[in-house]
Design a binder for this molecule. Structure first.
Ligand code: BES
Ligand code: ZN
Length: 614
């Protein structure tokens, strides 16, 4: 294990990758990628005798020094670990001195167990005509796409040449070099280049029947042909979000900001792959009510992609900062009350996850220890929302936006292109405040409960106060339902007539935090507000959870429908868990999962399997 990163086998103290070049052929019949990776590494120690790379479920067909297959190198694979994979240990014929460059070529192919890849049969896509492949490398799956130093502390440029069967198209998290592919027999070769340095988890590939539609001066949305109009309509605000990000931080670095709307098994809401954000089709609400996710992924263009956590223990530097910038963007575009409201929704998510993990669980620390821990198992809203609350607290403490916004800009300028730890983040905050304001702000910083915020499990040491102008009505209505749970009142559609989507969600979330509702109250609520027929994924999710909490059986068919229509983990995991917890639902949960296992992404399936004790 590297001393910089507990979740990699790579010998980062000896050498670091500068560039990675992929040449891969996409074989849909055998469901595998076959080809080579060429790594350019620079030594950083005095005497370097070996190169250790991360791999996971890859077949290695040979290792060579240089760009061709002339000089083969000795190598062996270490013991496999379920989460971390196997170290690929390559011996160098003679030791290298410091600051030397070496090129290593690895011939390899992927297998059916590579967690980064989901291969979809035509029937699993929207248009049902062609197969589809997409990757998801965060947190530590890049090593199952290609041998590499799979640590966010290493920042590399990359290039690729992808050979795909006609008529399919390949896209990557990089700039497209050839608008029209080179035609070689029955296949098409697409070429890509990412010229800004990135961590390995941002390498991404998609191959499918993809159509593009321009939605802004630097943005195209891509999807299967039948959805393209809907996608173009939903995401028209993209350019506004990017511009607001630029106002808040620094000019957008990456050239293009394209969006890819994936088939419904995509396990996340969004993934900030540079130049090409991946999003779930569950964002297509038809009313643009769920586009905050796009603002979030855009915020990653600075927080995470330019300025990167150095390992998964400091993941909050990516996600907490991104939540903070996402909400700054929302605040600028829709007003400060919207930002404050979104923050309150976030506190609810945080509370739910701290309850789920347990208030004493070390994984609920903002900076958890991940020695021997799979970052996927540590995933929760803690880095997002405790991280956000910490930054928000510091903003209030130090004197609001006038102080904090210039600091954010400087933070990005200072760390752009680098990876950093929480300690380096804190040092810079101190240095910045000292240089601009001297003792005044330093004495404020000295009061901060650093240990409480960073290294103590549970809810944050300080509860932030947020403006209630948008949440007040939701809380009132939820209280009414709570107090009248057994004595029905005149509920009517008028109660929520002026509620936004977020207010409906807030209301449902508020009711969810009370005891299970009597079935008569759920009947009345559905009758008045028509919740079962709402198609908006967030509302559907919260309503179904509320019903399952009360073991309200009429909702079961709806839950099964939602669980088999989409595979976003944010929805599927809690719904499967809640259905499984109902004595009358546990068999249905297991049966539904077993019948649909192949539909889910391998990461998602693994978790549900665990949740359902299969
Ligand atoms: N980078 C994350 C997704 C992720 C995190 C993938 C960790 C794998 C490991 C992405 O930016 C994200 O946070 N997505 C959220 C949406 C957001 C609005 C909170 C999601 O998927 O729900
Ligand atoms: Zn994120």
């Amino acid at each position: 294990m590297s001393k910089f990163d507990p979740n990699t086998f790579a010998n980062l103290e000896d050498l670091v990758t500068e560039h990675l070049h992929l040449e891969l052929k996409v074989d849909f019949e055998k469901k595998r990628l076959v080809g080579t990776v060429l790594l350019t590494l620079r030594t950083v120690a005095q005497e370097v005798k070996q190169v250790i790379l991360d791999t996971n479920q890859l077949t290695i067909n040979g290792v060579y020094e240089g760009e061709d297959l002339e000089k083969s190198l000795e190598y062996h694979l270490g013991e496999p670990d379920v989460s971390f994979g196997r170290a690929l240990k390559i011996s160098l014929p003679k030791p290298l001195g410091s600051n030397e460059l070496i090129k290593i070529l690895v011939k390899y192919e992927t297998t059916k167990d590579c967690g980064a890849l989901q291969w979809l049969e035509p029937h699993q896509t929207v248009d049902k005509k062609h197969p589809y492949l997409f990757t998801q490398c965060q947190a530590i799956y890049a090593r199952s796409l290609t041998p590499c130093q799979d640590s966010p502390s290493v920042k590399i440029t990359y290039s690729a040449s992808i050979d795909t069967p006609a008529p399919l198209r390949a896209l990557m998290s990089a700039l497209r070099i050839n608008e029209e592919p080179e035609l070689v027999g029955d296949s098409r070769v697409y070429k890509f280049e990412q010229r800004t340095t990135i961590p390995s988890y941002l390498i991404a590939l998609v191959v499918g029947d993809l159509e593009g539609r321009e939605i802004g001066p630097r943005s195209t949305v891509w999807s299967e042909p039948s959805m393209i109009e809907k996608c173009a309509w939903e995401f028209v605000d993209t350019e506004q979000f990017i511009k607001t990000g630029e106002d808040l931080l620094t000019p957008y670095e990456w050239g293009r900001y394209d969006l890819l709307v994936l088939p419904s098994s995509f396990p996340y809401g969004g993934m900030e792959n540079p130049c090409l954000t991946f999003v779930t089709p569950t964002l297509l609400a038809g009313d643009r009510s769920l586009v905050d996710v796009v603002a979030h992924e855009i915020a990653h263009s600075w927080m995470g992609n330019l300025v990167t956590t150095n390992n998964w223990e400091n993941f909050w530097l990516n996600e907490g900062w991104t939540m903070f910038i996402e909400r700054k963007i929302i605040g600028r575009l829709h007003g400060e009350p919207s930002r404050q409201f979104s923050a309150q929704l976030g506190v609810k998510d945080l509370k739910a996850d701290v309850d789920l993990f347990g208030h004493k669980n070390p994984l609920t620390c903002l900076c958890p220890r991940l020695q021997g821990v799979d970052p996927d198992d540590a995933f929760s809203s803690v880095p997002y929302e405790k991280g956000f609350n910490f930054l928000y607290y510091l903003e209030q403490l130090l004197g609001g936006a006038d102080v904090f916004e210039p600091y954010m800009k400087e933070y990005v300028r200072h760390f752009a292109g680098k990876s950093l730890s929480t300690e380096e983040w804190k040092d810079f905050l101190y240095r910045y405040m000292e240089s601009k304001y001297g003792h005044e702000k330093i004495s404020l910083l000295d009061e901060v409960d650093w240990k409480g915020w960073l290294y103590t499990p549970g809810m944050p040491p300080i509860e932030n106060k947020f403006d209630q102008s948008l949440s007040h009505a939701c809380i009132q209505l939820a209280n009414k339902w709570d107090t009248h749970r057994n004595t029905p009142f005149e509920a009517s559609p008028k109660d929520i007539e002026y509620f936004s989507t977020d207010q409906n969600i807030f209301f449902l979330e508020e009711v969810l935090q009370t005891d299970p509702m009597p079935h008569s109250a759920l009947d009345a609520m559905d009758h008045a507000y028509g919740l079962t027929k709402v198609q908006n994924a967030e509302i559907r999710f919260k309503w179904q959870l509320l019903c399952l909490k009360a073991e309200y059986q009429p909702i079961y068919p709806e839950v099964v429908k939602f669980l088999t229509e989409q595979g976003r983990m944010k929805y599927t995991r809690p719904l499967y868990r809640a259905l499984y917890k109902c004595p009358s639902g546990s068999q249905l949960a297991r049966d539904t999962f077993k019948k649909n296992r192949d539909f889910y992404h391998p990461i998602c399936a693994r978790f549900i399997e665990k949740d359902l004790e299969l």
